[in-house]
Design a protein around this ligand. Structure first.
Ligand code: SF4
Length: 448
């Protein structure tokens, strides 16, 4: 049996696609082109209207090809959750709609397709389960989901409605997946959650928050590396990152872990969204600009070499030029290494849709251009300051421009290229940053 998979959206969706592919492999399904597949799988995203429209477009194309190629069509992910009752009415060629809480039935569904019988997954009682592993074969950088869902209800965001309330993954399962990944040669892990800072596990006497989970992971890996006679982690997991951090839940204890434990990369993606208290309140972000700036000040003072990135949303209903100035001011003060910048697009089903004071499209675009220009300036200045520094990098692959060059990334999430051969891919190296080309450092490797 063959499958064809397309994935839209965030890292969480990519990790979940890897988990689905693991189940497909276990059941001896092979990957193939769409016109030769028994099953078309579309893992969808509904966070932005553009991602949703693209997915609807692709689903329509697959539906049109169904009579020629005879495949089944299964839709998974956030759109499947949001439209699970109506999706088949809109596109009758869809065979299966697998909501976020029905993934546990995916293996059963494959068995039914193989047997040529129809399985109605909507009959299953929805329940969320983490997959055993989210590993992508051959990868040396992997995502490990530690949480699912979100309790925050930012007024512009659909996530709490399609992914439900927060569920934390059992620490024993997280450690067990890390062991498996390390044995498979994985060198870098990104712990994933909509808001990792609110990770919370309670099992009898054992209670863990996010900093405690990080300490547990660090102690576990150090013990493992030590037992293998490899205290420096040169052959095992050497770096751990996490995504995404809500500022309101980033605790002093987490700052302490980042300041003291070398396993965790000194780069934090801390979503500010706006620098205006009025807009932050309308967004229901539950912090103020003063709180955010104070938090950043404490983090920078405690964590040497820290780099920060963020998300910025402009053109929110009611946003004035003064509000935008406040956002630009926060950007100047914090000096984010990079930002994901976007303008407000109403998402059906969220409360921001009904807020008054819509900002005209032309104005939204002009404001977005302003934040992009400032970010470009800041990124350039921060990069110039780094010329001459030495740093450790993890080698990701060969450069697209030259087979003699390698592409690597620092712990601060900076892209670096330097001369080297492909046998080094997946290894750590020490480099000196020598120049800049666009958003990438040119470097030379240091051999000690
Ligand atoms: S914290 Fe806010 S923006 Fe992030 S997933 Fe939750 S509701 Fe959405």
């Amino acid at each position: 049996m063959k499958y064809y998979l397309e994935t839209y959206g965030c890292q969480m969706n990519k990790a979940e696609s890897s988990a689905l592919e693991e189940i497909l492999r276990e059941k001896a399904w092979e990957q193939g082109p769409a016109d030769d597949a028994d099953l078309i799988l579309v893992n969808t995203c509904t966070v932005r209207a553009t991602a949703e429209n693209r997915a609807w477009g692709r689903i329509a194309q697959f539906a049109a090809g169904k009579k020629d190629y005879g495949y089944s069509i299964a839709i998974v992910g956030c759109m499947a959750e949001q439209y699970k009752e109506t999706m088949k009415e809109r596109v009758p060629e869809i065979d299966y709609v697998v909501g976020t809480y029905q993934k546990q039935s995916f293996g059963l569904l494959l068995d039914q397709i193989q047997a040529g019988t129809h399985y109605n997954i909507l009959d299953d009682k929805p329940v969320f389960q983490f997959s055993k592993t989210y590993h992508e074969p051959g990868a040396f950088r992997d995502f490990v989901p530690i949480m699912h869902g979100c309790n925050n209800f930012c007024t512009y965001c659909i996530v709490p409605y399609v992914r439900g309330r927060e569920v934390s993954r059992a620490p024993a399962d997280i450690l067990s997946e890390l062991d498996t990944l390390e044995d498979l040669g994985v060198r870098e892990i990104t712990l994933l959650g909509q808001n990792v800072n609110s990770y919370s596990w309670q099992d009898g006497a054992q209670a863990l928050d996010f900093p405690a989970l990080l300490r547990l992971i660090a102690a576990h890996l150090h013990e493992r590396h030590y037992a293998k006679g490899n205290a420096a982690a040169q052959d095992g997991i050497g770096w751990i990152r996490f995504l995404t951090s809500h500022p309101k839940d980033l605790s002093p204890d987490l700052i302490d872990v980042l300041a003291t434990e070398p396993l965790f990369c000194k780069h934090v993606h801390l979503c500010v969204q706006s620098g205006s208290d009025r807009i932050l309140a309308l967004m229901n972000r539950k912090y103020t600009r003063e709180y955010f700036l104070d938090l950043v000040g404490r983090m920078k003072a405690s964590i040497p070499g820290l780099s920060l990135s963020t998300d910025i949303l402009v053109g929110f209903p009611g946003e004035t030029e003064e509000d935008l100035d406040q956002t630009l001011d926060v950007m100047r003060r914090v000096e984010f290494a990079y930002s994901f910048m976007y303008h407000f697009n109403p998402r059906e089903g969220t409360s921001a849709v009904n807020l008054p004071g819509k900002v005209p499209d032309k104005v939204k675009k002009a404001r977005l251009a302003k934040v992009i220009a400032l970010q470009k300036e800041t990124t350039g200045a921060l990069m110039r300051e780094r010329i001459g520094c030495t740093d450790q990098v993890l080698i990701e692959g060969q450069s697209k421009k030259s087979s003699k060059e390698l592409v690597a990334r620092t712990a601060r999430d900076e892209m670096v290229v330097f001369r080297g051969d492909a046998s080094r891919i997946g290894q750590f190296a020490k480099v000196r940053l020598a120049g800049i080309s666009g958003n990438t450092f040119k470097a030379e490797e240091l051999h000690e």
